[in-house]
Design a protein. Sequence first.
Length: 261
Amino acid sequence: MEYQRLAEATEPKENRVKHWHEFVHHLSEQDAGVQGARCMDCGIPFCMSGCPVNNIIPDWNDLVFKQNWKQALDVLHSTNNFPEFTGRVCPAPCEESCTLNINNDPVGIKSIEHAIIDKGWEMGWVVPQPPKRKSGKRVAVVGSGPAGMACAQQLARAGHSVTVFEKNDRIGGLLRYGIPDFKMEKWLIDRRIEQMRSEGVTFRTSVHVGNADCLPPGVNSLATTSIAAPLTARCFAPPTRRRSGRRTTGGTARPGRPPRT
């Protein structure tokens, strides 16, 4: 292999302990191009089967190698609504599936994705895409995590009037409440929300559709005015373990285990 894998640069630990912001910096255009050159354009791209959203990875690797960033962004967006989220927090199973990983370091797919989307925003290429015509149909999306946001954006671009219902006071689900800022800052979510509003998506927060015991009544009430109500919410309630001594006070216990009695 002519080129070796290059990891993304990180802020020195002496500086990062002074704040809560992201400390990983995306690759430069030249470095990303070199990393794209490491892709072998396999006849059977196992990286794509390893990717949960089936990103067309070899194509945008080649486009970055050729410094065709705008087209690389279009290819990336064709399968992924929010690459700035996955390019930061995805565990990159695509890299584990990379053929090069058999006897060498895999292609830095995640770092290339990160570089593509950040350059897209910097260049102003990521813009609202409102539909040319409206369908006249309404859709209610329950839950505003990444699945709900992606669902709402695709439906809005197809011409439907989409309303996203979120039980919390802010949009984002686990993206907002489950990921620390040093991994992904929350202004990234707010930026996408503004794009989606410009595309016609309506967001309603602090609305708990149904409840943990009975979702159908809430969904049925939405169905009276909507043609569909995709459920993209997840369960936030932790599992309850019924074990002796669980309520014992005093002493300490290992995380996840009840105290000894």
